[in-house]
Design a protein around this ligand. Structure first.
Ligand SMILES: [Zn+2]
Length: 71
């Protein structure tokens, strides 16, 4: 069901040196949370986040929201 590749994931921690960098190889799969969502872990900063928060699509959606709200 999930087509997310860990290489396409980015770290959402603003304090992380690899924040929003793609294909750095710093994002690894880290089991599942209580809801059964795939969890990922940034090796650079150690932050864990669910798949839905780290996908490229999620961020693309955010940008569209920001653009539309400005106009
Ligand atoms: Zn990080």
């Amino acid at each position: 069901m999930t087509g997310a590749n860990s290489k396409d994931l980015i770290c959402l921690n603003r304090d992380c040196p690899d924040y929003r960098k793609r294909n750095t190889g710093n994002i690894i799969k880290k089991g599942f949370n209580a809801k059964g969502n795939q969890m990922f872990n940034c090796k650079t900063c150690g932050v864990r986040f669910p798949e839905t928060k780290g996908t490229v699509f999620y961020n693309r959606h955010l940008k569209e929201d920001q653009i539309s709200s400005r106009r």
